[in-house]
Design a protein around this ligand. Structure first.
Ligand SMILES: [Zn+2]
Length: 375
């Protein structure tokens, strides 16, 4: 039973049962009846119950079944279990008898110490015993339902988070971004458990071994849409100071982020290759066509073919890693007889757009120059 939700009565009954499982009946009764003598499976004793007012002499009237812990006073026709005996001996009620006996036996009745929710929600370490990943179709179904469930919750914090980064609600909606507030965590978790077997949720990485939703601190969800369906998702924390900032399902990133946007574009259009969701959506919000590299591993060979009909411009972070990546990707492109132009902005794209009123024009000019140079 879920101890967090038990009533005081249920808790007392549970403690009573624990006492009976733990106590040694014989020594319990012998404490009160040190003169008791063994008679077969029973103890026989003068009855010490104060309210019975026995003289303390004569024939023993108390019979104790030490196997089941029951007592009976033949003289007064009163009997019961050890809790009742304790009540009678100490003149206390049931609740107090249970609490005192439990304390004596070291049964606190408190919930066994549970790690905090943030720990119970932690993703599993991918060990050698990690479960087999789920196939792509089932993963997609889980993603789709998860996003739908999350969209049923209050989106405000997530929408605001992106709006502060210059990404408006229309772009957010088109990108299929979803959010749920932490207070909805248990409800979202239950809905997912209603929709899928726990084992599948765990194999997808949405749930962990403790049967908890792993998206606890990371609740701003970015789906990878391929032909309109979410095949995979990564989530970001919106709280400062949370590391890692990203969390994802199991399995590899299936595509460039926002790759679906390419389908509508005319051949020869300029497409920006950037790092991360925020930069991708920052450009999308300004009407640029952009696809994002997300997660470790970078650009995959099989993602290049869909880019072949466009003029691709890399706009990666202006640091050593970004420059190395741009050079490596340019080589990958040229091996396929494709060209990759590259621009370097003074900061990452999101920053650049937030701090330069003419950012759109500047980026377009830089891109045109880089494309001419590469052709
Ligand atoms: Zn008695």
């Amino acid at each position: 039973m879920d101890r967090a939700s038990e009533t005081p009565q249920e808790r007392l009954r549970r403690l009573r049962d624990e006492i009976k499982r733990t106590v040694d009946y014989r020594s319990f009764y012998l404490r009160y009846c040190p003169e008791a003598r063994q008679a077969g499976a029973r103890l026989l004793s003068l009855c010490p119950i104060p309210s019975h007012g026995h003289s303390g002499q004569g024939t023993p009237s108390l019979s104790i079944d030490t196997q089941h812990g029951l007592f009976n006073c033949f003289s007064r026709g009163e009997g019961g279990d050890l809790i009742t005996f304790y009540e009678l001996m100490h003149g206390v009620n049931f609740a107090r008898a249970v609490r005192e006996l439990a304390r004596e036996l070291g049964l606190t009745g408190r919930r066994p110490r549970q790690p905090p929710l943030v720990q119970r929600a932690a993703p599993d370490d991918a060990g050698p015993e990690a479960l087999e990943p789920l196939d792509a179709e089932r993963t997609t179904e889980i993603c789709e339902v998860f996003l739908r469930v999350c969209r049923g919750e209050d989106q405000l914090e997530g929408v605001r988070y992106l709006a502060r980064r210059g990404i408006g609600p229309e772009t957010t909606r088109r990108a299929g971004v979803a959010y749920f507030p932490r207070r909805a965590y248990r409800r979202v978790m239950r809905r997912m458990l209603d929709a899928f077997p726990g084992e599948e949720l765990q194999r997808s990485g949405l749930f962990n071994r403790r049967a908890h939703l792993t998206f606890y601190r990371h609740r701003l969800l970015f789906p990878f849409l391929v032909e309109g369906r979410a095949r995979y998702l990564q989530a970001r924390t919106t709280a400062p100071g949370v590391e890692p900032r990203w969390h994802n399902m199991r399995g590899g990133v299936p595509a460039l982020y926002n790759a679906d946007a390419l389908a509508e574009l005319p051949t020869g259009a300029v497409v920006y290759l950037v790092e991360g969701f925020t930069d991708t959506l920052t450009l999308a919000a300004r009407g640029f066509a952009a696809v994002g590299l997300v997660g470790a591993g970078g650009l995959k060979e099989e993602w290049l073919a869909p880019l072949a009909r466009f003029r691709v411009v890399a706009a990666l972070d202006p640091d050593a890693a970004g420059r190395r990546a741009a050079a490596r990707y340019a080589e990958m492109f040229s091996r396929r007889r494709m060209r990759l132009a590259s621009v370097e902005l003074p900061s990452d794209i999101n920053d650049f757009f937030r701090h330069h009123p003419s950012a759109s024009l500047e980026l377009s000019l830089l891109a045109e120059a880089a494309l001419e140079e590469s052709e």
